[in-house]
Design a binder for this molecule. Structure first.
Ligand code: NDP
Ligand SMILES: O=C(O)C1=N[C@H](C(=O)O)C[C@H](O)C1
Length: 263
């Protein structure tokens, strides 16, 4: 039975993932890592009495030596993420990473490091099926509508902007064209046009009341076409996390995106 460690076990996604793994008998959750909340009662957080068997550590090496996990799932923050992931690979773990906010050069470094260790790393910007389908349909639509912008919205505790999903979506749009009149506009508020990736403008909302949502808006002659995905519960991510766990043994090397696991 595969032994799992969750880095970020006390966070929103960590608790949801811990509950999912504890409730399934084919994986064993052996440990968690946290930064500050080291003495929390995991059975209270998950509502599951079996969670008392799971120890929470501050130090990855200590956790690995004491509990011997095979796989680390990461739901933390971008700060200090790459060194922690490299340390986990050094300790012989395979990785499933949901944390967003790595820069492009850090992703390339992680890929090379994974290949060097002959390990498996899955970097999944969004585990929900609806978000994956939104990206697939957006990719298709971009062949016919080359002008597109993205509006993503998240809760106010999110540590990164724009979202990993919006970046992954912009990267998937195949024939995007830039807006050529940007230079002609007189801007009266700086930054009002958002950021840019692959010729796609990305606008990030951070508001109370939001969990996670994204709109991809295409503009064409006399029409617009909008794809929207709304996350209303973090349980939406769990079938994707479960799929990554089920597939990690058959895969090797670096995998980016849940779509690579759906075929
Ligand atoms: N791929 C996907 O489908 C999804 C990805 N995410 C991403 O997952 C990440 C986590 O989100 P969320 O659960 O909402 O965040 P939270 O703020 O709720 O949780 C963050 C967790 O990280 C822990 N942590 C922070 N720093 C460290 C550290 N240095 N070492 C160990 N643990 C640390 C915190 O521990 P402590 O409690 O001790 O502070 C906490 O457990 C974000 O990057 C988010 O974008 C979110 C949803 C879906
Ligand atoms: O922080 C979140 O909540 C989420 N983060 C991921 C992202 O940055 O895309 C996935 C989802 O949007 C929720």
């Amino acid at each position: 039975m595969k032994r799992i460690l969750i880095r970020g076990i006390t966070g929103s996604m960590g608790v949801e993932t811990a509950s999912m793994i504890i409730s399934h008998s084919d994986y064993k959750l052996v440990a968690g890592l946290a930064e500050e909340n080291l003495n929390v009662d995991l059975s209270r957080l998950t509502g599951l009495s079996k969670a008392t068997d799971v120890s929470i550590f501050a130090d990855l090496k200590e956790a690995v030596l004491s509990t011997k996990p095979d796989i680390m799932i990461d739901f933390t923050v971008p700060d200090g993420l790459l060194p922690a992931l490299k340390q986990a690979l050094d300790l012989g773990l395979d990785l499933i990473i949901g944390t967003t906010g790595l820069q492009e050069d850090e992703i390339q470094e992680l890929k090379a490091y994974t290949e060097d260790k002959s390990a498996t790393t899955m970097l999944i910007p969004n585990f929900s099926l609806g978000a994956v389908l939104m990206m697939e349909f957006a990719s298709k639509a971009s062949k016919y509508f080359p002008r597109a912008e993205i509006i993503e919205g998240h809760h106010e505790n999110k540590a990164d902007a724009p979202s990993g999903t919006s970046i992954a979506t912009a990267e998937k749009l195949e024939k995007t064209e830039p807006f050529l009149k940007e230079e002609e506009i007189k801007y009266t508020i700086e930054g009002v046009r958002g950021g840019e990736k692959n010729n796609v403008r990305i606008h990030s909302l951070r508001l109370p009341g939001l969990m996670a949502r994204q709109e991809v808006i295409f503009g064409g002659q006399g029409q617009t076409f909008t794809l929207t995905h709304n996350t209303i519960s973090r349980s939406s991510y769990m079938p994707g996390v479960r799929l990554a766990l089920d597939r990690i043994e058959d895969k090797s090397g670096f995998i980016y995106g849940l779509d690579k696991l759906l075929d």
